[in-house]
Design a protein around this ligand. Structure first.
Ligand SMILES: Nc1nc2c(ncn2[C@@H]2O[C@H](COP(=O)(O)OP(=O)(O)OP(=O)(O)O)[C@@H](O)[C@H]2O)c(=O)[nH]1
Length: 746
C-alpha cells in the first residue's frame, strides 16, 4: 500500500493547529534520506506536470507531497483545486490564511500552550475534535451558507475561512502524519476452450471442496518473514489487541466509478462546493439570473430565506420507513451484479489485463491512457501504462507492483461488475485475501510467456487458487495471458490449460465451473474484442468479457440475519461525518434502522445508504454499500467490525473449532487469523482429529501431533481477544508471512 493511503486516517484540525506555514522544523529534521529523496523527485514531477507557468513555491509543493505521502497525482490535484478556488474567488489563499481563518480560537490556544507538551496537546485535541466533529461539520456548512447569503449582494465572497472549511469537509485540506498510526477513524479524501466445447459456468459442491483439496501436492510456500516494507504497510505487528486491518482499498471503495477519469480534479470545483451547500439546505435552489433593477430587493429576500435555513442536525435520528425490503428488492428487478477478484502470480499481467478491459469498454478514455503512457515512460515503465489504471499508488507505479486491492466498477448491458484487482506478490497475500473475501468468482491470470508460466507455478498461482477456493469461490475464468509473447501458440495454450485444469480440479473446482481464454492484455486480443492477429485465428471461442457476462448470480442470503463486515470507515462528506463501506454478507437493511457494532456492542443508526454509488432506502445481501451513520461515536468503529441487527447479534468468541486444510505442516503454534480485510493474533491450541478427505468424518486413531500439508483436520483455535466470528465463517491462518491453512468454522 502506498503511504499516502494511510493519510486518510488523519485529522485536518490537528494539522492546521500544528501548521506554521511549511514543514515543521522538527518534521524536517525527522525526514529520512529516502523521504527527502521522495520530496525532491516528487517536486520535480509535480513541477513538470503543472508546467512552468504554474505559480507555486517549492515549499508548498513539498508540504502537499508530504501530506499526501508523496503521491504526485494527488498533490497536483490539490494544487490545481486550490488554484481554481483562488481564481474563482480572486483572492490569494495560503495555508497560513486557512489556518488563521479557520481557527483564531486555535491560534490563541496554541500561543498559550507550550509546544513541548505536544503529545498531551495532541491527545486533548483528538478528544476535543472527536467530540466536536459533527458540530464542526455543520458549522463549516453553516459558515459557507452565511457567506453565500452575503455573496448574493455581489459585494462579498466566501472568505478563505469558508473555503478552507469546505476544503476540509471535502478532504482537500492537510492532515497530520501523527494520527496515521492505528487510528480507526478516517478522513476520506476519501473468459477457455472454443465456445462449442467450453463448459458452462455452474455450481460446485461446497463440501467436497475442502476434502478434495486434500489430494493436492502443495508446493510449499516460500518461507521467511515479509519484508520490512510489507510488514510496515500491512500492519503485521504481533499482539494487537483486536483484529487489525489490512490496508484499505484506496479512496471510497464502492463509489469510484472511474478512478482514472476522476483523477484530474478529485476535489470539488467551487461550483460543486456552492451547489452542495445549496442542495443540503432545506429547499434552497440556485437562484435564477436577476436583472440589475431588482437584484438588491431579491438579494434581501434571499438573505431572509437563507437566514431561516439551517443544516439539519446530522446526528438527528433518521426515521425508518419500515419497508419490507425483501418485497422492495423483488419489485426493483435490479440489473445483475457481480464482484470478481483477479488473482495470479506477480507480474502475470493482472492489472494490465484489467486496464485493457476498461480501456476497450471505454470506461477509461484514450487521453488518460496516453497520459499514463507518457508518465510511465518517464519512469522507464511504459509497458505499465494500462496497469496504472488500477495501480494508483506512487509505490505501486514506481515499483511496477500492485500492493493493495484496487477496486473499480464498470457496467455492461447485462451486468454491473466490481473488479477487485489483487496483488500477486507474496508479501501482499493478506490484501489478496481481502479481495477474495468479497468475490463472487475469480479470474486467474496465467503468464504464458516462456518461463513465465513455470515460475508462476512455483510462486503464487497455486496459492492464490487454493485461497480463493478455501474462501468459497467456485467459478474461475483462467485467462492465459501474454500469448502475444509466444506468437499466439496454440500448443502453449493447450499445454498450460491442461496443467491448470488438472490442478484446479484436484483443488476442488468442478470442471463445469472453469473456463479458459487465450488472451493478451497488452496487445488487446480476446479481452473485449476477438484477437485480430492472424496467428490467433485458431481460437474460435468467446473473449474474456463474454465469459464474464456468462456469470449466473448465486442465491444471496437475504433471509438470514444481517451481517455486514466493514471494509472501510471514513468521513463521507459534508453531511456525513461517519460512513462505512462493505459488502452485505447476509440479510437486509434500510434507512433509519438501528445497527449493533461487533465486537464493541455499541449501536448506530443508518442515516443514508448508497448502493453502487447511488442513494437507496435499502440494501440486500450481496450488494456493495456505503452506510452513512448517526448516533455513534467514530471511535467505536473500525474496519473489520461486523454490523448486525440488535435483535440477531453476532457473538464475539475467543475460541473456535475449524475444519482446516493444511497448506503447511501444522502443530500447536502461534498464528494470525485472517478474515476478510482483518486479522488478529491467535494460536492453534489443539489438533483435535484428522478428517477423511472425502466424507469429512473423523479418522480413528490417536490425536495427531502434526498435520501434513494437504491433509484435512479439525483444530481448535484460540484468539487473544474475543472476535465476532460464527459458524460458516471462513478463516485463513498465516504465520510468519506464510499461509499455513484455511478452513470453515464449525
Ligand atoms: N507481452 C506481454 N506483456 C504483458 C502483457 N500483460 C502484461 N504484460 C507486462 O507484464 C508486466 C507486469 O504487468 P502487470 O499488469 O503489472 O502485472 P500484475 O500481474 O498486475 O502484477 P502484480 O499485480 O504486481 O502482481 C508489465 O511489464 C506488462 O507490460 C501481455 O499481454 N503481453
Amino acid at each position: 500500500m502506498s503511504r499516502h493511503k494511510l493519510v486518510k486516517n488523519l485529522d485536518l484540525d490537528e494539522v492546521l493547529d500544528d501548521y506554521d506555514g511549511g514543514l515543521d522544523e522538527d518534521v524536517d529534521e525527522e525526514l529520512a534520506p529516502e523521504d527527502r529523496e521522495h520530496l525532491r523527485r516528487g517536486t520535480e514531477e509535480v513541477r513538470q506536470t503543472l508546467g512552468a507557468d504554474f505559480n507555486t513555491s517549492n515549499r508548498e509543493i513539498e508540504d502537499t507531497l508530504y501530506y499526501y505521502y508523496y503521491d504526485v497525482p494527488k498533490t497536483v490535484n490539490y494544487l490545481l483545486s486550490k488554484w481554481s478556488i483562488q481564481r474563482y474567488f480572486r483572492a490569494p489563499l495560503t495555508w497560513k490564511d486557512q489556518k488563521a481563518n479557520t481557527g483564531s480560537k486555535k491560534s490563541k490556544k496554541k500561543a498559550t500552550e507550550p509546544k513541548a507538551d505536544g503529545k498531551a496537546q495532541t491527545a486533548a485535541r483528538k478528544k476535543e475534535n472527536r467530540k466536536s466533529q459533527n458540530e464542526e461539520t455543520a458549522t463549516s456548512s453553516g459558515s459557507l451558507l452565511e457567506s453565500l447569503a452575503a455573496g448574493s449582494t455581489k459585494t462579498h465572497h466566501p472568505g478563505p475561512a469558508s473555503i478552507a472549511k469546505s476544503q476540509e469537509a471535502e478532504g482537500l485540506g492537510r492532515s497530520s502524519k501523527k494520527q496515521a498510526k492505528g487510528q480507526p477513524y478516517q478522513e476520506s479524501q476519501g473468459r477457455p476452450t472454443p465456445a462449442s466445447s467450453r463448459p458452462a459456468l455452474g455450481e460446485g459442491s461446497e463440501e467436497s471442496a475442502v476434502s478434495q483439496l486434500g489430494d493436492l501436492k502443495i508446493q510449499p510456500a516460500p518461507t521467511g518473514s515479509p519484508s520490512g516494507f510489507a510488514t510496515a504497510i500491512l500492519g503485521l505487528e504481533k499482539n494487537r489487541p483486536c483484529f487489525s486491518r489490512t490496508p484499505a482499498v484506496p479512496g471510497m471503495p464502492f463509489t469510484i466509478q472511474n478512478v482514472a477519469n476522476s483523477k484530474a480534479f478529485t476535489g470539488p470545483s467551487p461550483d460543486d462546493v456552492v451547489l452542495k451547500a445549496q442542495s443540503s439546505s432545506k429547499g434552497a435552489k440556485p437562484a435564477p439570473k436577476k436583472s440589475e433593477k431588482n437584484a438588491e430587493e431579491e438579494s434581501e429576500h434571499l438573505n431572509g430565506h437563507l437566514k431561516t435555513l439551517s443544516i439539519g442536525d446530522e446526528n438527528a435520528k433518521p426515521k425508518s420507513k419500515l419497508l419490507n425490503v425483501t418485497a422492495e428488492h423483488a419489485k426493483a428487478k435490479l440489473k445483475k451484479s457481480a464482484n470478481f477478484v483477479v488473482i495470479g502470480h506477480v507480474d502475470a499481467g493482472k492489472s494490465t489485463l484489467m486496464g485493457r478491459l476498461l480501456h476497450d469498454l471505454q470506461s477509461v478514455d484514450q487521453r488518460t491512457i496516453d497520459k499514463y503512457r507518457k508518465e510511465s515512460g518517464r519512469l522507464g515503465k511504459a509497458s505499465f501504462a494500462l496497469a496504472w489504471v488500477l495501480d494508483q499508488g506512487t509505490e505501486e507505479r514506481e515499483r511496477g507492483v500492485t500492493i493493495d486491492i484496487a477496486n473499480f466498477q464498470f457496467e455492461t448491458e447485462t451486468t454491473k461488475f466490481t473488479i477487485l484487482d489483487a496483488p500477486g506478490h507474496q508479501d501482499f497475500v493478506p490484501n489478496m485475501i481481502a479481495g477474495a473475501s468479497q468475490a463472487d468468482f475469480a479470474i486467474l491470470v496465467i503468464d504464458a510467456s516462456t518461463g513465465g508460466f513455470e515460475s508462476g507455478l512455483k510462486g503464487q498461482t497455486k496459492e492464490h487458487a487454493l485461497l480463493v477456493r478455501s474462501m468459497g469461490v467456485q467459478r474461475v475464468i483462467v485467462a492465459i495471458n501474454k500469448l502475444d509473447a509466444v506468437q499466439w501458440s496454440q500448443d502453449r495454450f493447450d499445454e498450460i490449460s491442461q496443467q491448470i485444469l488438472a490442478f484446479l480440479t484436484t483443488a476442488g473446482f468442478m470442471p463445469k465451473n472453469l473456463a479458459f481464454v487465450p488472451c493478451s492484455g497488452l496487445a488487446g486480443g480476446n479481452v473485449v474484442h476477438k484477437a485480430t492477429d492472424s496467428l490467433a485465428s485458431w481460437y474460435t471461442g468467446e473473449p474474456l468479457l463474454s465469459l464474464l457476462e456468462d456469470y449466473e448470480p448465486t442465491e444471496r442470503a437475504i433471509e438470514k440475519p444481517l451481517r455486514l463486515t466493514t471494509d472501510d470507515v471514513f468521513r463521507g462528506g459534508v453531511q456525513n461525518s461517519l460512513s462505512v463501506s462493505g459488502r452485505l454478507d447476509a440479510g437486509t437493511l434500510q434507512t433509519g434502522e438501528s445497527l449493533l457494532i461487533a465486537p464493541v456492542s455499541h449501536t448506530a443508526t443508518i442515516k443514508g445508504i448508497e448502493v453502487n454509488a447511488e442513494p437507496f432506502d435499502w440494501a440486500v445481501a450481496g450488494q456493495n454499500v456505503i452506510l452513512h451513520l448517526a448516533d455513534v461515536d467514530p471511535k467505536h468503529l473500525r474496519p473489520g467490525d461486523v454490523l448486525c441487527s440488535p435483535s440477531s447479534p453476532i457473538q464475539s468468541i475467543k475460541s473456535f473449532a475449524v475444519k482446516l486444510l493444511a497448506f503447511e505442516h501444522i502443530m500447536p503454534m502461534h498464528c494470525e487469523v485472517h478474515r476478510g480485510r482483518t486479522h488478529a493474533p491467535g494460536k492453534i491450541a489443539k489438533l483435535t482429529a484428522l478428517l477423511d478427505k472425502g466424507s469429512g468424518a473423523r479418522l480413528k486413531g490417536k490425536k495427531p501431533r502434526l498435520i501434513q500439508p494437504g491433509s484435512v483436520a479439525e483444530v481448535l483455535v484460540e484468539m487473544e481477544e474475543a472476535q465476532p466470528l460464527e459458524t460458516g465463517n471462513r478463516v485463513i491462518l498465516r504465520e510468519g508471512g506464510v499461509t499455513i491453512g484455511a478452513g470453515l468454522i464449525k
